[in-house]
Design a protein around this ligand. Structure first.
Ligand code: ASP
Ligand code: MG
Length: 451
């Protein structure tokens, strides 16, 4: 069996939901189960409803609620108009909006938003989308069956970002989903939402539907997990920077994780860990172009020196020069403690006998950091730097890559170089305003003509 997850844009309106049904029809022989997000943008709007209500701005909250109600009813009419299931689904949707209005009123009376009530409101998006998608699939002749995710996605009571209870989930999936799949049915569930053992609604945190799909896939011992979204897959570089970036057919999990650090937003690798750990491949596909080949993410894609090129333009470098101190044991620890105390995470580190240079993504607490580091030596701050990274699990094994990368940079100024110990990331610190040019040069050097 497989788990097919459809993100918000893949169920954003009636046309998208119809495409989703067609994709599942083409996969019936693989025994799919379906996980859906809320209709695109819905969760944000729901959270606004919760926040306005708790601030006593009930009128604003209810106006947003009406907008969402209209959108959901319109989608139901477009998908099910004239069909026997229309009235039943419309009644269910109506009841959920009534429940949401009661929640909003209660919050406005309380004047206070807890994580628990936040989840009750935020979960509405997937509680609505899953039965709508199910009915649309049934109308399209598919053997779809709605299953309330809260019966199987059992979690801790950490509202807002609940921890999944893997054993309970596996048992519930075996009892409630496996028999349906064996009968040839297609279970359809909302992602992102779950419930405590006591039945109180929880959520897994924003963007949690990929995590749901991965957890269900692991519990069901799926052959594959498909993440259907609105891009073709993961690319060799950000196409806004490198116009001839190309699709990555197969990528290793650790490479995908490394790229996520650089803001590759297709999918957050931590959310697919439960599946990848069990050796289940995860695919990313475009629901607008289902004929595409997508990106396959596994633990063991063949190693290659450079899988992708990434960059960030706003990096700060802090240098500490201290001839005497750096030779003494424990010096680095004391320096790093300063960053830790100021909740500033360090990215790249380079040391010499007399100096340490580190890069920071976030310069929020930089003044405090610099003030405290001054006790150890001369501190200087270089703003307007940027990072370009080559990511590939075979980097460390390739003798030629480094030379080729430095040659490709040409006349661009290089400030620091670091090859990660795991040999997966070659990081180059350049001037911030040359990051994009550096990415293009490196991409040309490593990918052009290599297709
Ligand atoms: N609807 C949820 C969110 O927007 C979960 C998801 O789409 O992954 O965060
Ligand atoms: Mg998402």
């Amino acid at each position: 069996m497989i788990v097919a997850k459809f993100g918000g844009t893949s169920v954003g309106d009636a046309a998208a939901i119809a495409r989703t049904a067609a994709i599942i029809r083409g996969r019936l022989d693989r025994q799919p189960m379906v996980v859906v997000s809320a209709l695109a943008g819905t969760t944000n709007r729901l959270i606004e409803i919760a926040e306005h209500s708790a601030k006593g701005e009930l009128i604003v909250a209810l106006a947003i609620l009406e907008e969402l109600r209209t959108r959901h009813f319109d989608t139901v009419t477009e998908l099910l108009g004239g069909h026997e299931t229309h009235d039943e689904v419309a009644a269910e949707v109506g009841a959920m909006f009534d429940e949401l209005a009661h929640l909003a009123e209660a919050l406005s009376v309380l004047g206070h938003l807890t994580n628990r009530s936040h989840d009750a409101v935020a979960a509405m998006g997937e509680r609505l989308s899953a039965p709508i998608v199910t009915a649309a699939m049934q109308r399209a002749g598919l053997p779809a069956v709605f299953v309330d995710a809260r019966l199987v996605m059992l979690t801790s009571e950490d509202y807002g970002r609940a921890e999944p209870l893997a054993d309970d989930i596996a048992a519930a999936c075996r009892a409630q989903l496996a028999p349906l799949v064996r009968e040839g049915k297609v279970p359809v569930l909302g992602g992102y939402i779950g419930a405590t053992r006591g039945g109180v609604t929880t959520t897994l945190g924003r963007g949690g539907s990929d995590f749901s799909a991965s957890l269900f896939g692991a519990a069901m011992e799926a052959e594959a997990i498909e993440i259907w979204t609105d891009v073709d897959g993961m690319l060799t570089a950000d196409p806004r920077v490198v116009p001839d970036a190309r699709l990555i057919g197969h990528i290793r999990f650790d490479e995908a994780a490394e790229l996520a650090n650089f803001g590759a937003k297709v999918l957050h690798p931590s959310t697919i860990t439960p599946a990848v750990k069990r050796g289940i491949p995860v695919f990313v596909f475009n629901s607008r172009r289902p004929e595409g080949t997508g990106t396959r993410i596994t633990f063991d894609a063949p190693r290659t020196p450079v899988r992708a090129i990434a960059g960030k333009t706003r990096t700060v470098v802090v240098k500490i020069r201290s001839p005497r101190m750096l030779a003494t044991p424990g010096a680095l620890r004391k320096i790093f403690e300063v960053f830790e105390k100021n909740r500033t995470s360090v990215d790249v580190v380079a040391t010499s006998e007399v100096s340490v240079s580190v890069t920071l993504d976030d310069d929020q607490h930089i003044d405090a950091v610099v003030g405290q580091l001054a006790a150890f030596g001369d501190v200087s701050v270089e703003r307007h730097r940027g990072i370009v990274a080559l990511v590939g699990a075979g980097l460390g094994e390739s003798t030629e890559t480094m030379a080729r990368a430095l040659t490709a940079l040409g006349d661009l100024r290089l400030h620091m170089v670091s090859l990660s110990a795991t040999g997966i990331n070659l990081t180059l610190i350049v001037d911030g305003d040359t990051v994009h040019e550096a990415m293009r040069r490196l991409h040309a050097a490593f990918f052009n003509g290599a297709a």
